[in-house]
Design a binder for this molecule. Structure first.
Ligand SMILES: Nc1ncnc2c1ncn2[C@@H]1O[C@H](COP(=O)(O)OP(=O)(O)OP(=O)(O)O)[C@@H](O)[C@H]1O
Ligand SMILES: [Mg+2]
Length: 189
């Protein structure tokens, strides 16, 4: 149960950070993310709504909306263990969904077809610099990511304290293309 122990340790370290410590890191990550050519070129982006001390994402959503991009975020369907990308037109129109995670309000017309998504920004519990990711253990992103177009850029955003030498990887784990932390950007080679 290597993943489980690593998850507990990294979550505890992340939760221990104060708001004063994380605010400048959030700002640095936002700047690095929005400066990426992949992000600038993307028309439709799947972002997330931060929860449990993840890198703050409201600023990313605001920046993408201000740049005229189409923004969507996951709506979690717990019974089916799946996520559906739903349009986010404003941070004011969110509700608390499964696991208490904020989500856009689901309407069939607000569902963004997965084929339209150009880029995904995703959170997680732990990462390595070779594309490895550890989530909360539900397999939600691992099931969702393979449904995207193969050319979609998958970007992890994390605090440096969430980065380890090597995340234990299983066959179902989807590897990511880029990792952005307060210290820099790593591209999977
Ligand atoms: N593509 C898949 N098809 C079926 N089951 C899957 C798939 N991906 C993951 N799972 C299931 O989800 C469980 C949790 O996966 P894992 O421990 O990698 O979660 P995680 O990466 O931490 O979670 P998440 O993807 O939600 O962030 C696995 O034990 C596996 O049974
Ligand atoms: Mg996984």
């Amino acid at each position: 149960m290597e993943k489980k122990e690593l998850r507990q340790r990294l979550l505890a370290e992340r939760q221990a950070m104060s708001l004063a410590e994380r605010t400048p890191l959030d700002r640095a990550i936002l700047q690095r993310l929005t400066a990426l050519p992949e992000v600038q070129a993307a028309k439709t982006i799947l972002l997330y709504l931060d929860f449990r001390g993840e890198v703050e994402s409201d600023g990313m959503i605001e920046a993408c909306l201000a740049a005229g991009k189409t923004v969507c975020a996951p709506v979690t369907i717990k019974a089916e263990r799946k996520m559906i990308p739903v349009l986010v037109s404003s941070l004011q129109e969110l509700r608390a969904g499964a696991y208490g995670i904020r989500e856009p309000i689901y309407h069939p017309e607000a569902v963004v077809p997965v084929t339209e998504i150009d880029l995904v920004v995703l959170p997680g519990v732990g990462f390595d610099r070779s594309g490895g990711r550890l989530g909360y253990g539900g397999g939600y992103y691992d099931r969702f990511l393979p449904t995207l177009r193969p050319d979609v850029t998958k970007i992890a955003v994390a605090y440096e304290l969430q980065v380890v030498d090597q995340i234990p990887i299983e066959p179902h784990d989807t590897m990511l293309d880029l990792l952005v932390t307060e210290n820099g950007v790593w591209r999977r080679v």
